[in-house]
Design a binder for this molecule. Structure first.
Ligand code: 7TS
Length: 415
């Protein structure tokens, strides 16, 4: 546990939380840093940084191997973090929590292991037009290998999913529905309960890409009833190089290993090998030990504040930003679906998104610009790129004001 305590009855004390993030007190180009790119990767609180340092200073060795003291400490902390993750997403058992390098590896694991074993020519997979490339390309690779059909659900002009189109695409040939929980460009929260219920009714499994949801809302995998749930630690205020694949135990049990190597076996002879039990069957090789422990610390940090309180704070910022940005001349929002969260994507009539990002950076404001690893969505919306401001638990209305001021500068330069 970290040493932060918070009384849920208190008002959300953003200044106190900001003080936990050393990087936020830096200046950039002589201006205070205004970090509005947490959807790409979030900054880390002192509690996570210190926890990772402490691993290397006092409790580091390889895990699951040594019978010596340090290995026992590292193994206990590494497996303890898995329990923290289990509780955070309310998985039934730690056997259902697989450590991966991130969401990308988690999705590739499912496509490779589950997909290769269970799908045959003509089977269908449904994704959507708003997916991140990491929830498109693994399925294309599998499609090309197996002769599958890959279908994408269109998105309405406001950024909501076209559920009538989903209903038409979903048939008893559908074997997998793999969709984002929240869009990284539009902020749209997908109607995942409806999607899961309908997919299960035709016998398809569901993978949710929770990369943009897990840090903004409470996720209960049992209540959702998703078969797989993937997310990355670095967007949840944890280290990079660590992420999670949740899978239902029975589904994971029936899947072959993803990679072979140390730690994922029970016995090996030259003729054959037998696999370790879950979750280790899917964790070949020396894992990201300190990073996993750091992710546990990040979850403790988020839990101490309360992920729902964080979500509320960000909702307030999103409403404020939407209102303030609407006053910027020539600004067009990309994604206005009801109930959207955490990100505001936009274009300006006066300037290309890359120019926007470069000029606001001179004011210390960090936003992302480009296709956001969602090229099919950009094409679907007939724009090559967009600028995106995304919010984390440490952002303030003053950050939004700084963004608006810097966009006015863009307009002055290009207008
Ligand atoms: N899925 C979604 C919805 C994402 O937003 C991202 C990363 C990924 C998957 C991949 O995560 P990774 O940690 O495995 O790389 N999204 C972004 C973004 O929006 N800007 O930079 C990375």
């Amino acid at each position: 546990m970290n040493d932060m305590s918070s009384n849920p009855a208190d008002a959300y004390d953003v200044e106190r939380y900001r003080a936990d993030f050393p990087i936020l007190s830096q200046t950039v180009h002589g201006k205070p840093l205004v970090f509005l790119d947490s959807a790409a990767s979030a900054q880390k609180p002192r509690q996570v940084i210190d926890r990772v340092s402490r691993v290397y200073e006092t409790g580091y060795a390889n895990v699951h191997r040594g019978l010596h003291y340090m290995s026992e400490v590292a193994t206990a902390d590494y497996e303890g973090a898995r329990e923290t993750i289990r509780a955070f997403i309310n998985a039934r058992a730690t056997a259902e929590v697989i450590y991966t390098r991130g969401a990308t590896e988690a999705i590739n694991l499912v496509a490779s292991s589950w997909g290769r074993k269970n799908l045959v020519e003509g089977d269908e997979i449904i994704i959507t037009y708003l997916e991140h490339h990491s929830n498109i390309v693994p399925w294309q690779l599998l499609r090309d290998e197996k002769g599958l059909v890959l279908q994408a659900v269109p998105v309405q002009p406001d950024g909501s999913l076209d559920m009538a189109a989903f209903d038409k695409l979903l048939t008893d040939r559908t074997k997998m529905v793999a969709v984002a929980h929240v869009s990284n460009v539009l902020g749209t929260v997908l109607p995942v309960r409806e999607i899961i219920a309908k997919a299960h009714a035709v016998g398809a499994l569901v993978l949710l890409d929770g990369c943009q949801a897990i840090q903004h809302m409470a996720v209960d995998v049992q209540e959702l009833d998703a078969d797989f749930y993937a997310f990355s630690g670095h967007k949840l205020y944890g280290p990079s190089g660590i992420g999670v694949l949740y899978g239902k135990e029975a589904v994971l049990e029936a899947m072959p290993p993803y990679q072979g190597g140390g730690d994922m076996i029970s016995t090996v002879s030259i003729e054959k090998s037998e696999w370790a039990d879950l979750p280790h069957k899917f964790e070949a090789g020396t894992p990201a030990i300190a990073q996993a422990i750091g992710l546990g610390a990040a979850i403790d940090y988020v839990t101490a504040i309360g992920v729902e309180r964080i979500g509320e704070h960000e909702r307030d910022l999103l409403n404020y930003a939407t209102q303030r940005l609407a006053s910027v001349e020539g600004l067009n929002f990309v994604g206005t679906a009801p109930g959207k969260v955490s990100v505001v994507s936009f274009t300006l009539d006066s300037a290309h998104p890359h120019d926007i990002a470069t000029i606001v950076d001179q004011q210390g404001v960090a936003v992302r610009a480009g296709h956001h690893c969602a090229q099919p969505l950009m094409e679907h919306f007939d724009i090559g790129s967009a600028a995106r401001a995304s919010f984390g638990l440490y952002n303030t209305r003053a950050d939004v004001d700084a963004l608006v001021r810097s966009l006015e500068t863009v307009n002055e330069i290009f207008g």
